[in-house]
Write a protein of this length. Structure first.
Length: 109
């Protein structure tokens, strides 16, 4: 269940960050509410995940996956461009998260 909780935290953080962009510096009510609620959910499930997994592993997976997902959301829905160095960097982040999950002995599956 820990990985499921961490997935909820990541998805909530991506939704909150996307809404933060749309909140126009908290001047629009509904995106602002989604931002606050999304970050609340994200941090709750991040904390729940910390009951089982080491904080360094959780944070690496949470932030790395979040970076890549936000990049994709920005590209698909917000009209932001991803150049080759950005895509290569995101590919390296994905590789790093995979190495942690597949080969680290500190991760209990």
């Amino acid at each position: 269940m820990t990985w499921f909780y961490l997935s909820i935290a990541i998805i909530s953080e991506v939704i909150a960050t996307s809404a933060l962009k749309m909140s126009d510096s908290f001047t629009r009510l509904w995106p602002s509410l989604v931002t606050v609620l999304g970050y609340g959910v994200a941090f709750y499930f991040l904390a729940v995940s910390m009951r089982t997994l080491p904080i360094g592993i959780i944070y690496a997976v949470w932030s790395g996956t979040g970076i890549v997902l936000i990049g994709i959301v920005g590209w698909l829905y917000l009209g932001q461009k991803l150049d080759l160095p950005a895509m290569l960097g995101m590919g390296l982040i994905i590789a790093g998260v995979m190495v942690i999950n597949l080969f680290s002995h500190t991760v209990s599956h």
